[in-house]
Design a protein around this ligand. Structure first.
Ligand code: HEM
Length: 501
């Protein structure tokens, strides 16, 4: 017998707001025992600016999570503890390698409860960190504000809020997807077509929302001021965390831990679209039909079975992760469309969904190029020119945590041996692969050709032009790593690939 089509409510997914909680995130924890945390969050930017956050947190007593009584309270506690943890780690000239018990102890408790890693993830930064400006108005980009930020800047707010708006808009598609699955079970092609059309329209609107990032989030501010606070502790040797972070909870269980940083790659929404439409993502660099872990020959190192995108599920709240698994076990749309390929309306609606999802990923590549790859190249270039002039005249504020991805020095403090690199080629190929895989299930042969990279997109042209601009300099690059958000990406690997994260 077929498993039942999952009910979103059983997985903390709302039929109206999707992965945003059905109750609005709390502004403040109600139990006065947590007033000390809330006071820190109320003065968060001032404490970071004055570099007093660590001292204040060091003096904070351990306040256990025993006075949290419902999900909104657990989520608020997680969100503010995660902000405090990242502020503590990255809010100084050097990163803090040890997280004190006042943060670690309750953070591990709330993370356990929410089944999410104990650091700032997409859930803490975005899903549980917003409020409507006017309660009576719809949850759209022009009616939302953030609850907590590191910098207090409009750019940081906007960075989170675009995602909130995408989640809110995309949330309305969750029931459509489940209805399409049910209709396919019932052999009802007209309903499947109708739901697919609505999904394609939603995806188109998500793409437009994504482009609004440019309105208020400046790439320079993002790269140098916001992104460093989102960094994780995995592969962060060059940033000063060779072992990760020591989560000191005051007990003998304290341990070094390594996690990827907070990233939109941890959003469940796009993964849900992938699952429902039958889009599969392979490990970076591998092509369709290559052997996986289970099939590898004896003695040959198997290729990893899961892609980075799949790994990101570990950073989602437990119920959301399980929702994706449950939908995966009933996903049938691709097969249904294939079996009814003579139905033109159906195949066009299905291929349109893939085209819209692919277009969204294409726009995203352009964003990543402008906000991370170009900025990282500019920063490296500036760093090299300073080194070659033997000067270090950049004010301290411009260095510190912001330098983590481009100041790749050896133990002696001197730049490492040169590594031939092409700057960002691994991050962008990963994103391009994900984009092109989106087109692979297309039913119509011509659509499949176009959607799997048959022609260069605007993003491809822009990325190529930027590579040309920096190309010559990068042949002399010293650094081999680019720190994205959740991941560190190899720069020297031809054709790309996730080095580690
Ligand atoms: C300034 C804005 C943004 C930047 C700089 C950015 C950057 C990145 C980076 C570097 C990655 C690679 C993984 C990592 O290192 O974390 C990534 C992946 C991803 N991002 Fe973004 N991102 C931005 C906005 C968004 C938004 C608003 C969305 C929501 C639609 C989004 C959705 C994704 C997804 C789904 C992935 C996984 C790859 C994929 O499925 O294609 N990003 N992003």
């Amino acid at each position: 017998m077929l498993p039942p089509v999952p009910r979103p409510e059983d997985y903390h997914v709302s039929p109206t707001t999707g992965f945003l909680p059905s109750e609005l995130p709390l502004h403040c924890l109600p139990d006065p025992v947590y007033d000390r945390w809330e006071r820190i969050i109320n003065n968060f930017q001032s404490l970071l600016l004055s570099k007093r956050l660590r001292t204040v947190i060091d003096k904070l007593p351990i306040i256990p999570a025993t006075h949290l009584y419902n999900e909104p309270e657990w989520r608020r506690a997680y969100s503010i503890l995660a902000f405090m943890a990242h502020g503590y780690i990255w809010g100084g000239e050097k990163p803090a390698e040890r997280l004190p018990p006042s943060i670690t102890y309750p953070l591990l408790q709330v993370s356990d409860h929410l089944e999410i890693p104990p650091l700032a993830t997409y859930a803490g930064l975005v899903l549980w960190n917003y409020k409507p400006i006017f309660l009576s108005d719809a949850l759209i980009l022009d009616n939302v504000a953030t609850l907590v930020t590191f910098t207090g800047s409009l750019d940081e707010q906007w960075f989170y809020l675009v995602s909130v708006a995408i989640e809110a808009k995309g949330g309305s598609a969750v029931p459509l997807m489940l209805e399409a699955i049910q209709a396919a079970r019932n052999g009802d092609a007209a309903t499947v077509t109708d739901r697919l059309r609505a999904m394609a329209e939603t995806l188109d609107e998500l793409g437009s929302l994504l482009l609004r990032m440019y309105e208020n989030c400046d790439p320079h501010v993002f790269y140098h001021r916001i992104r460093p606070y989102l960094a994780g502790s995995k592969n962060m040797k060059d940033a000063g965390l060779p072992h990760g972070v020591y989560y000191d909870d005051g007990s003998r269980n304290s341990s070094w831990r390594q996690y990827g940083g907070g990233s939109n790659a941890q959003s469940s929404l796009l993964q849900l679209f992938d699952i429902v439409l039958g889009v599969e993502h392979r490990p970076t660099g591998s092509k369709g039909g290559e052997t996986s872990e289970s099939e590898a020959e004896p003695g040959v190192l198997p290729k990893p079975r899961h892609s980075f995108i799949h790994e990101m599920r570990q950073y989602m709240p437990g119920p959301h992760r399980r929702f994706l698994q449950a939908v995966e076990s009933v996903a049938n749309i691709r097969d249904f469309v294939e079996n009814n390929r003579r139905d033109r309306n159906l195949t066009i609606a299905y291929d349109a969904c893939l085209a819209m999802l692919r277009a969204l990923r294409d726009k995203h590549i352009q964003i990543v190029s402008r906000y991370i790859v170009v900025k990282s190249r500019e920063a490296r270039s500036a760093s090299r020119s300073r080194d070659s002039h033997g000067t270090d005249d950049v004010p301290a504020r411009g260095r510190g945590i912001a330098s983590i991805s481009y100041k790749d020095n050896g133990a002696d403090g001197k730049p490492k041996k040169k590594v031939r690199g092409t700057g960002g080629t691994a991050l962008i190929p990963f994103l391009k692969q994900a984009r092109d895989e989106t087109g692979e299930p297309a039913i119509d042969a011509w659509a499949r050709k176009v959607l799997t990279g048959g022609r260069r997109s605007a993003a491809d042209h822009e990325v190529a032009a930027e590579s040309m601009r920096f190309g010559a300099e990068e042949l002399d690059a010293e650094e081999s790593t680019i720190v994205g958000l959740a991941g560190s990406w190899s720069m020297e690997t031809e054709g790309g690939g996730l080095c580690s994260y």
